[in-house]
Design a binder for this molecule. Structure first.
Ligand code: SAH
Length: 350
């Protein structure tokens, strides 16, 4: 029987050291391999000039360097946002979005094929769920996109398809690779992970040596409403998450970003403003208010089909009321909705 080859892309330095040790090669090869994979972005052993031919032949027999296949890219007319479609080696498809801003270039990456959480306002939730992405597949979104653009990517947000904290170890491994000086050298200040709120993972993330930023998809401060639009709230109620977020702030002194998509008549009322003000007094934070981007392209049913954006006037009023109560508010403008690449619009037929 043919044994399956091990994919070296996605292995951390320690994992590569174990690999080279197991095959009785010198330990320093691991560091070289790590550097070739992530710094030089090689996709075949042939290109590794510091390895002997014997070693390369040997590696070819037992290992691979797998890459995502770039199938398509679409550029938005109104914002220069680019959406990339990739195929994984098992045929699964995922998307990543590149967002140019004044003085940064942010890459929004996916962590799962689809998403199991079924948030009613999110297109990815409507497409269902297939599997977690491997560390290699998470990293490779960055590698493949870096190859086809001329500017360096400055920031990474884990805000594409999927729930990063349901794929915790692969996400952390990818962060450790992103931050390693031998690989990409991207500091935690430039990396944000967004979660629907899984309390024990928020606490574990607070203890990681990698000092990334945390965004929390809030969308309602009312347990019942939150459960209605984010069913995961029934399993991990908001209250447990507040405790975890407080713990996160106390241990790391990093402010939380709350993400809040305004949905007409659902979470845009006076009581919601009061709830956010109260929350912001308890947890040092900033609040990103996001206009609801259409998910009509997924043919939603049930509650999802009834959701509407808050009107421009009420949106501005909501933001102003928060600001006048000393909440730090940012309005996240819709970018790339013409290519269905804006927040919450990523979806592919599984
Ligand atoms: N599962 C994680 C990572 C995805 S982040 C999370 O939910 O946090 C995607 C961000 O876009 C989240 O803040 C999400 O709440 C927001 N979003 C989802 N659907 C949206 C929509 N239709 N319009 C605007 N923002 C949306």
């Amino acid at each position: 029987m043919k044994e399956s080859k091990i994919n070296l892309k996605g292995l951390t330095l320690t994992e590569l050291e174990n690999f080279f040790e197991e095959i009785n090669e010198e330990k320093f090869r691991a560091k070289q391999m790590f550097n070739w994979l992530y710094h030089h972005k090689v996709d075949s052993f042939r290109k590794i000039t510091t390895f002997t031919k014997t070693l390369k032949d040997r590696l070819n027999k037992i290992a691979t360097i797998e890459s995502l296949k770039l199938l398509d890219e679409q550029t938005s007319d109104n914002s220069k946002t680019i959406k990339y479609l990739f195929e994984c080696s098992d045929g699964a498809k995922i998307e990543s979005v590149l967002i140019p801003e004044a003085n940064r270039l942010t890459l929004c990456i996916s962590t799962q094929v689809g998403c199991p959480l079924d948030c009613k306002f999110c297109a990815t939730g409507q497409m269902g769920y297939k599997r977690n992405l491997s560390t290699g597949e998470i990293i490779d979104q960055y590698l493949q996109i870096s190859r086809v653009i001329s500017e360096p990517i400055t920031n990474i947000v884990y805000m594409g398809m999927g729930e990063p904290f349901l794929n915790y170890s692969n996400v952390i491994n990818s962060m450790n690779i992103f931050s390693s000086e031998l690989a990409f050298g991207i500091s935690g200040k430039r990396v944000t992970v967004s979660t629907v709120g899984i309390p024990d993972k928020i606490k574990t993330f607070a203890q990681e040596p990698f000092r990334g930023k945390l965004a929390f998809s809030l969308h309602s401060v009312d347990e019942q409403i939150r459960s209605k639009i984010m069913p995961i709230n029934k399993k991990f109620p908001f209250k447990q998450n507040i405790d975890a977020l407080e713990y996160f702030y106390k241990s790391t002194k990093r402010k939380i970003t709350f993400e809040y998509t305004l949905l007409k008549g659902i979470n845009d009322q006076e009581s919601d403003i009061k709830g956010i003000v109260k929350l912001s007094k308890r947890i040092p934070c900033k609040v990103n208010i996001i206009p609801f981007n259409s998910i009509a392209h997924t043919n939603p049913s049930g509650i999802a089909a009834t959701l509407k954006p808050t009107s421009k006037e009420e949106f501005d009023f909501f933001v102003e009321r928060l600001r006048s109560n000393n909440v730090t508010v940012f309005v996240r403008n819709t970018q790339g909705d013409d290519i269905e690449g804006a927040c919450g619009q990523l979806a592919i037929k599984l």
